[in-house]
Design a protein around this ligand. Structure first.
Ligand code: ATP
Ligand code: MG
Length: 550
């Protein structure tokens, strides 16, 4: 598939029209996360869209923390979000906090009251629900709807001064209780919450609701195109109402697009937080998490995530993307870049009985069989090596071309070896296999005497470095409801991680966190942050092959 950074989408067309018609000289977009968790791959879609749109039209993009709900927000999340946006490769023009606009929002609420467009309401949440009506029945007006401007101003100030308890009163916009759009039936725009805020501390005990705050934030910053996900489509009339009635000078336009959903993946900070809190995963950056931090730790690159986000496109219709598509982009990115090396994940000792016992040869092995420019490396070889358990079978099926008693294979980059003997423990498990090698068959010697059907990888038993390999499977098992169904905690895959102790080639001794390798026949791996000098820890990013076609 051709990945074209400039592929068109309906949002781009809108922006282009607005520039061509002279409506805007410069566009301004924003990425507005709520700091109530770590960013996930769904946010990456929004980040790529907003930043690249502005880039293409030489506009600006703000990073704005939509921190109007003090209960769930935390500075840890603020820091992680900044790190993740930067790591993805984007630079914001301005960094803002919605909470910095609380004063202005409060003034705008008073303006609405003065215009007779907002009132303080004492209905309980249950009563309010009842008064709201349903999709088929109109709502009923609150008995507090016709309070005088003066009384409303007075009560609103008392709300601000902390004279009431949480939930005792709210400020509501006075719009239309008969509206077919439920969002327009006198929505709440301010609530009381005696909660410390991560930024404004205890300055406020009233907080604006999202539907009131968000359009004001956009207008204050001069956002021209406010891009959000589809569930806000029904809120757009309210968004426009707030901008108009609050007499904002700058008029942003809300545009909705479909959110990203991926198979076998939950995509909501709330659910991801539950996985962390319930200790189902090892923190927000667990490599099984679809968070940017998790993907980074597993070994995904910013390029692969950006390319994925471009390829899935931007549309109005919701769709479910196959998680293998992301794997396609990481393979494509890593294939030409990373060194190839041999590793044994499930070791089985192989002794070459006719190889001089104390001899060690340094073999020249190509770093990349497909690219001679990648050069060669020296790999030690001696009479004791490890091979992978899967490369030996006592009772092989037909067409098994790897090692079994009496069969000969090529050790990659070394010699042909033939299996003559199998050593077992008391329980009958194979613990060692004994082979002989043929010195004539050395790789690169031009030997043509006979052919073997199998080539297997190996590491030298004395020189190899210990490594722990972590292999991952999806954390969530989809069912008919999909991963976003109700019971996602019951859909946890009990086998989402397998840990194996094995060996890698000695040169990997110096590998550092975030170094990436292709381990021949096993896939692409990333050095985990928890690696140390005693033990290398390698996360499998993705296996080598996929059945997935773009
Ligand atoms: P979550 O439910 O995961 O917390 P959210 O939409 O509440 O998601 P915000 O922090 O409010 O998260 O989102 C910041 C921006 O990212 C918003 O503009 C939102 O529309 C966008 N976004 C969030 N999830 C997705 C997704 N799955 N696909 C595309 N965009 C998303
Ligand atoms: Mg949210």
């Amino acid at each position: 598939m051709e990945i074209n950074n400039n592929t068109s989408n309906f949002i781009k067309n809108i922006v282009k029209e607005d520039i061509d018609s002279g409506k805007h000289k410069e566009i301004v977009t924003r990425f507005p996360p709520e700091p109530n968790g770590y960013l996930h791959i769904g946010h990456a879609k929004s980040i790529v869209l907003n930043f690249e749109l502005a880039d293409e039209f030489k506009g600006k993009t703000n990073l704005r923390f939509d921190d109007t709900n003090p209960i769930k927000e935390d500075t840890e999340y603020v820091e992680s979000i900044k790190d993740d946006v930067k790591w993805l490769g984007f630079k914001w023009d301005e960094l803002y906090f919605a909470s910095d606009y609380f004063e202005e929002m409060y003034d705008k609420a008073k303006l609405l009251i003065k215009k007779g467009k907002a009132y303080v309401c004492d209905l309980t949440p249950e009563e309010m629900k009842e008064y709201r009506g349903t999709l088929t029945e109109p709502g009923k007006e609150s008995p507090y709807r016709n309070r005088s401007v003066e009384e409303n101003l007075n009560l609103f100030e008392k709300m601000k001064d902390g004279d009431f308890k949480d939930g005792e009163k709210v400020l509501r916009a006075k719009i239309d209780m008969d509206s077919p759009n439920m969002n327009m039936r006198d929505p709440i725009i301010y609530r009381i919450s005696h909660t410390n805020h991560h930024n404004t501390l205890n300055k406020w005990c009233i907080y604006p609701m999202y539907d009131f705050a968000h359009p004001l934030e956009d207008a204050i910053e001069g956002i021209t195109h406010s891009i959000c996900t589809l569930e806000f489509e029904d809120h757009r009339p309210l968004y426009d109402w707030v901008v108009k009635e609050c007499e904002m000078k700058s008029v942003p336009r809300q545009i909705e697009f479909a959110r990203l959903n991926i198979t076998n993946t939950v995509m909501s900070k709330r659910k991801l937080k539950l996985l962390v809190d319930e200790k189902i995963v090892d923190g927000w950056d667990d490599p099984r998490m679809p968070t940017i931090a998790g993907l980074r730790r597993k070994g995904y690159t910013p390029e692969s995530i950006r390319n994925f986000c471009r390829a899935i496109g931007v549309a109005k219709a919701s769709s479910l993307v196959d998680s293998q598509m992301l794997d396609h982009f990481i393979r494509e990115d890593l294939m030409p870049k990373v060194p190839r090396t041999m590793a044994v994940l499930k070791p089985l000792k192989l002794i070459i009985t006719n190889y001089p016992k104390d001899q060690v040869e340094m073999l020249d092995i190509e770093n990349n069989g497909d690219n001679p420019e990648a050069g060669i490396r020296k790999v030690p070889f001696s009479s004791e090596i490890y091979i992978d358990q899967d490369d030996f079978m006592e009772n092989p099926p037909k067409k098994y071309h790897r090692l079994y008693l009496g069969n000969e294979v090529r050790l990659k980059g070394a010699y042909f070896v033939k299996c003559n003997d199998v050593i077992k423990d008391e329980e009958g498990n194979v613990t060692e296999i004994h082979c002989t090698y043929d010195v004539e068959t050395k790789s690169g010697s031009g030997f043509t005497g006979r052919k073997v059907k199998g080539t297997i990888h190996w590491v030298d038993a004395k020189m190899a470095k210990k490594a722990e390999f972590r292999l991952y499977e999806p954390l969530i098992l989809d069912d008919e409801e999909g991963a976003e169904g109700k019971h996602f905690l019951e859909q946890i895959n009990p086998n989402s991680m397998e840990i194996l102790d094995g060996f890698v080639e000695p040169f990997m001794e110096d590998a550092k966190a975030q170094d990436k390798f292709q381990l021949v026949r096993h896939g692409y791996f990333n050095v985990d942050e928890k690696s140390n000098e005693d033990k290398l820890v390698l996360n499998r990013i993705v296996s080598l092959k996929s059945s997935f076609k773009l």
